[in-house]
Design a protein around this ligand. Structure first.
Ligand code: NCD
Length: 352
């Protein structure tokens, strides 16, 4: 049983198996779940724009018979009057049975969990993680390919700022025989903390720059958008925009049973002519995303309220990541993670 879903590492394979079997059951017998969250309420706090994630959570909760309140524009909330995240969470968790939060600050969901007596779900924190997108991706691969392991997966595009791929790598490494091909220009490589983690845990991966040359070896191609909003210098974005464009023509070189996934939204990295290709599965992925969130909420919203646990490890070293939640919310205790030496317990960036 998990309490909060902050990082995908919170998910064990055993817990995943249970969640996936609920997902399959919902797919077959949706009517059995219409009261699974009757009388429960989900708080939906989107401090950053969203279409799929926010709507899929809302739709999921409503299909389970539960209610939703929240915002997609933080300008309408007391955060715009200077209310701290801790106080916002204490307030909304008093009204709800689960809190779903998206923020541009890395570690925001971890910070929220320190103050919430109800489960907290990370719906994306800056360029750090997006664990429910990963649950979506895993469910899609399992449904469409019959199992998750035994694949060569190409992750293409912005692996530096793209949070979906960080969570996906951490999840896939728990399955047998997964080979990663990281397809990026040097400027958008996986962050060092992720590459260090992949080396330390013995992942089978290569880093390449050409999508065309790599396509024939892939079982799954995971395309991503260049994350314009996360570039400190907009000119860098302008230089890198359009670096990969998947077209119908290029797909001739790919395996006939390759699965094309994309967390969406797309910008210019995937032509509309790809949509008709039977290998294009990103709109199935959207549907599965709502169903896996139903399975997640049915579990989390029915847990008991609990006094939040204090975090076991703290430090007096300040994190230097400018978009770590600790830089915007300075009262937060400095949390330590011992993964790979010493790293920030919110954003996972190295502290040394
Ligand atoms: C992604 C995100 O927000 O990180 N979108 C989503 O949740 N499906 C991907 C993106 O914005 O590029």
């Amino acid at each position: 049983m998990i309490r909060n879903l902050i990082r995908i590492e919170d998910v064990t394979t055993q817990w995943w198996d249970g969640l996936y079997s609920t997902f399959c059951d919902i797919l077959e017998h949706p009517n059995d779940y219409v009261d699974a969250c009757r009388g429960k309420v989900m708080a939906s706090l989107f401090f950053e724009p969203s279409t799929r994630t926010s709507f899929s959570f809302q739709s999921a909760m409503q299909r389970l018979g539960g209610g939703v309140f929240g915002f997609t524009d933080p300008a309408t909330t007391s955060a715009s009057k200077g209310e701290t995240l801790a106080d916002t969470i204490r307030v909304v968790s008093a009204y709800s049975d689960a809190v779903v939060i998206r923020s541009k600050l890395e570690g925001a969901a971890q910070a929220a969990a320190l103050y919430s007596p109800v489960p907290v779900v990370n719906a994306g924190d800056g360029g750090h993680q997006h664990p429910t997108q990963t649950l979506t991706d895993l469910a899609t691969i399992a449904q469409l390919r019959g199992k998750i392991g035994g694949i060569t997966i190409g992750l293409c595009g912005d692996l530096k700022y793209g949070r979906t791929v960080h969570s996906l790598v951490m999840a896939l490494e728990k399955f047998d025989n997964v080979r990663f091909v990281l397809i990026t220009p040097p400027e958008l490589k996986m962050p060092d903390y992720m590459l260090d983690h992949m080396r330390r845990t013995g992942q089978n991966f290569t880093e390449v720059t050409s999508l065309e040359d790599t396509l024939p070896e892939l079982d799954v191609l995971y395309m991503t958008r260049i994350q314009r909003e996360r570039f400190p210098d907009y000119n860098d974005y302008l230089r890198l925009r359009g670096v990969y464009v998947l077209t119908k023509d290029k797909l001739r070189a790919a395996k006939s049973d390759m699965t094309i996934l994309h967390p969406l939204p797309r910008y210019d990295e995937m032509g509309y002519d790809v949509d008709d290709d039977p290998r294009a599965k990103y709109f199935d992925q959207v549907r599965y995303g709502m169903l896996i969130r139903m399975a997640l909420l049915a579990n989390l919203c029915n847990q008991k309220r609990e006094t939040p646990h204090s975090h076991p490890l703290t430090t007096n070293i300040n994190c230097t990541n400018p978009i770590c939640v600790t830089s915007a919310e300075p009262y937060l205790p400095r949390l330590l993670s011992l993964e790979g030496g010493q790293s920030c317990g919110y954003c996972d960036k190295s502290l040394i």
